[in-house]
Design a protein around this ligand. Structure first.
Ligand code: GDP
Ligand code: MG
Length: 726
């Protein structure tokens, strides 16, 4: 083998890149229907003729602008790694929209070969595509293939080898963008060439187009390299932008996009595509869509499907949840028997097993949920849900692609904001993406559900379903209104049109579903497991230390002695029960004093000054503080705080009853706490995720501050109003 060819696969989501990649490299890899899955680069290799091919599967993109993470990953890879050949995988059954990306490769002068994939699907729909004609018109090789069966793949690789052997150069093609933009381009391109602004990596005219398209990444690199020239060029761009806005009411970027589509249309019109059978024949997918996205039937079907998903999840995960619970109960009792009394034992049981166990307990539910969602995703149904919700979301400044993250985060019940935040990767506009990832934590995730159930069960037991229903409704309303508020203030800006088209329905493969489910479940276990472990230990320590000073401990011991002696003195006259009660009272007092003395207790007490405005007491404050680590922690912390000094755990009063009987609690307080828990700071893991996905800790801190303030104001309002009325 004499030579290695570096090859990159690029194309729209669902064009078949991963399928081709798997066929070439034989690597096992997920084949999915959801844009955003292949954000990492997958690499592999194979041999053809005398060449070793090293292949990278790039994330699917509709465009090469810098709107989304995928687009940046793909573009950066192309310019920084300079692959010898880029195979642009194109869905032949959807040629016009796929060629939009192609047109941008052509502008960039990428060494391109087009793999005209899914010709089988195109043929079944009666389309015949003249590959030679297309190749002739756009000036790069076009090879028809069927990635699923491998048909045509050899010919494709022959083309790759030929291109490298002949050292063919691909010249960037020049598109026309209309008189206004063309004119300014002819002015700025020579300036860019003259000063060599980014021209070592990009064609000069391309840089000009990007400046006009307001491409944040290119603008910032240019500003770094040559601030003065860049500013001068940007001023010129600004002028034409204002001109276009006032005369035609459009932005330069949409003019550029329109002309790219125009270029594609003009090519396709030249007998590249012919239709064998014409008439009113509808494809199966379109026929299904007539019903599924119907104005009235659509939402009904959607509600039924979502209800089915949750019904499926909760029905079938029940026994597994039980198995997980008994495993952790077993671990707990084993640790109790094996370890000597002391801080280590307390940490292992209260800190590690209870904390991590609480989170792991959700794994079965998560797994079933992800399996159900994988079916909806791989079959193409979720794209329809997004499609239907797009209109409503638009009014609130969000995007059709925001729907999925909301649903994943618990829009109906019991999701998780972590995958929800990650799912915002499908959004192209950074502002819409931020608005979405800042508001998805308002949904009732799986960790909040048990907490809400607890409080509703304690105070509104007669109307549980109704309260739960309104909690869900309220979550959506608050999330949408908050999004609107953000889009009117800190995230002001244009809405982008909904670009995700409806992919055809496909039968998901069972293997694909399993891999999909496992990947996500594992991610949940890994992420939650590691972070929760650390935080549980931290929280345990905060509720345990600093321990009571010697003098106080001695005082309690002395009281213990006194009770015991007085019991012995009376010589059994006093009933055993009274003795037990006195002992219990003392132990409870001691534990409460310990908790007040601990760091967490002190913080809770200090916070009470403020939180009493919403009727929230110091012990609840500790739980809410713990809830920042993970919302499940609210239950376990409340449990600890309210059941301290419990002597006989077998006869313990349920937390629900304790809350209902506590003088500090009443239905109004419960409502205030309920709303506060629903909307205050996202849990720690989500916050880290927000920082990672938004690329800055600024937004992570913003979400903590914004959500907590909003939640607190709502809670105070409810408490004050409720108390006044009651
Ligand atoms: P990617 O998003 O570009 O990586 O696309 P995938 O490789 O995940 O493919 C999306 C779907 O198209 C999968 O369900 C594939 O099985 C299917 N697919 C890919 N290539 C072909 C093809 O040539 N013919 C047909 N009928 N289906 C294909
Ligand atoms: Mg893929």
């Amino acid at each position: 083998m004499e030579n290695v060819i570096h090859l990159a696969l690029a194309g729209n989501p669902n064009a078949g890149k991963t399928t081709l990649f798997n066929f070439l490299t034989g690597a096992r890899q997920h084949v999915g229907n959801y844009p955003g899955i292949t954000v990492e680069q997958k690499e592999g290799c194979c041999i053809h003729d005398d060449f070793g091919l090293s292949i990278v599967d790039l994330p699917g993109t509709y465009s090469l602008t810098a709107y989304s993470a995928e687009e940046l990953v793909a573009r950066d890879y192309l310019v920084n790694n300079n692959p010898d050949v880029v195979i642009n995988v194109v869905d032949a059954s959807n040629l016009e929209r796929n060629l939009y990306l192609t047109s941008q490769f052509l502008e960039l002068g990428t060494p391109l070969i087009i793999a005209l994939n899914m010709v089988d699907v195109a043929e079944s729909r009666g389309f015949v595509i003249d590959a030679e004609k297309l190749s002739e018109l756009i000036g790069v090789p076009v090879v028809p293939i069927v990635a699923r069966s491998g048909k045509g793949v050899n010919a494709l690789l022959d083309q790759v080898v030929t291109m490298v052997r002949d050292k063919k150069q691909t010249e960037p093609i020049l598109l026309r963008y209309g008189s206004d933009i063309d004119q300014v381009l002819t002015q700025i391109t020579p300036v860019i060439t003259e000063h060599g602004l980014l021209t070592s990596t990009y064609p000069a005219r391309w840089v000009g187009v990007k400046l006009l398209e307001n491409d944040k990444q290119i603008i910032s690199i240019a500003q770094e390299e040559q601030p003065e020239i860049t500013q001068q060029l940007l001023d010129q761009c600004e002028k034409v932008a204002t001109h276009l806005k006032t005369t035609a009411g459009v932005y330069p970027e949409s003019v550029v996009a329109d002309h790219r589509y125009g270029f594609i249309k003009s090519i396709l019109r030249q007998n590249v595509v012919t239709q064998k059978f014409v008439g009113d024949r509808l494809y199966t997918s379109d026929r299904i869509d007539k019903i599924v996205t119907h104005r009235f039937l659509g939402p009904l079907i959607m509600a039924a499907v979502l209800f089915g998903l949750y019904y499926f999840t909760f029905t079938f995960s029940g026994s597994l949840v039980g198995a997980f619970e008994s495993t952790f109960a077993f671990l707990s009792s084993t640790a109790n028997n094996l370890l000597p009394d002391g801080p280590i034992k307390s940490m292992v049981i209260s800190g590690i097993i209870d904390g991590v166990g609480g989170v792991m307990g959700f794994v079965p539910i998560i797994m079933f949920m992800f399996f159900g969602i994988a079916i909806l995703e791989d079959s193409g149904y979720l794209a329809r849900v997004a499609f239907m919700m797009d209109r409503i979301f638009h009014t609130f400044g969000l995007h059709g692609s925001s729907v999925m993250p909301f649903i994943v985060s618990g829009g109906i019940a019991g999701g998780c904001a972590v995958p929800g935040v990650m799912a915002t990767r499908t959004l192209r506009s950074p502002r819409e993406r931020l608005a979405t990832l800042l508001t998805v934590p308002f949904m009732n995730c799986g960790a909040k559900l048990p907490v809400l159930t607890l409080i509703i069960g304690a105070f509104f037991a007669d109307h549980q379903a109704v309260y739960m229903f309104f909690a869900t409704l309220l979550a959506w309303m608050v999330a949408l209104c908050a999004a609107k508020f953000l889009r009117l203030t800190v995230l002001r800006g244009e809405s982008t049109p909904f670009v995700m088209e409806l992919p055809p329905y496909r039968f998901p493969t069972f293997r694909g579903l399993l891999i999909h489910t496992w990947e996500r479940t594992w991610q949940y276990m890994k992420k939650a497991g590691t972070v929760i472990l650390g935080i549980s230990i931290l929280l345990w320590a905060m509720m345990t230390y600093p321990s009571l000073p010697e003098s106080q401990v001695a005082k309690f011991e002395q009281q213990h002695q006194e009770i015991a002696t007085s019991y012995q003195k009376t010589d059994g006259e006093q009933s055993e029960q009274a003795y037990e009660m006195a002992l219990q009272e003392l132990q409870s007092q001691e534990a409460m004093t310990r908790l007040r003395h601990s760091l967490a207790g002190r913080i809770g007490l200090a916070m009470e000054n403020l939180t009493q405005l919403a009727g929230i007491d110091w012990r609840t404050n500790i739980a809410l503080l713990g809830g920042f680590a993970a919302k499940e922690v609210i239950i376990s912390t409340l449990g600890t705080a309210y059941s301290l000094g419990e002597v006989d755990p077998e006869e313990s009063t349920p937390l629900k009853v304790r809350l209902a009987e506590d003088p500090n609690w009443n239905p109004v307080v419960a409502l205030a706490v309920l709303v506060f828990i629903m909307f205050y700071a996202p849990c720690f893991v989500t916050v880290v995720c927000i920082a990672k996905e938004s690329g800055s800790w600024k937004w992570a801190f913003f979400s903590i501050g914004f959500n907590t303030t909003l939640a607190f104001l709502m809670a105070v309002g409810i408490f004050q109003l409720g108390t006044m009325l009651a």
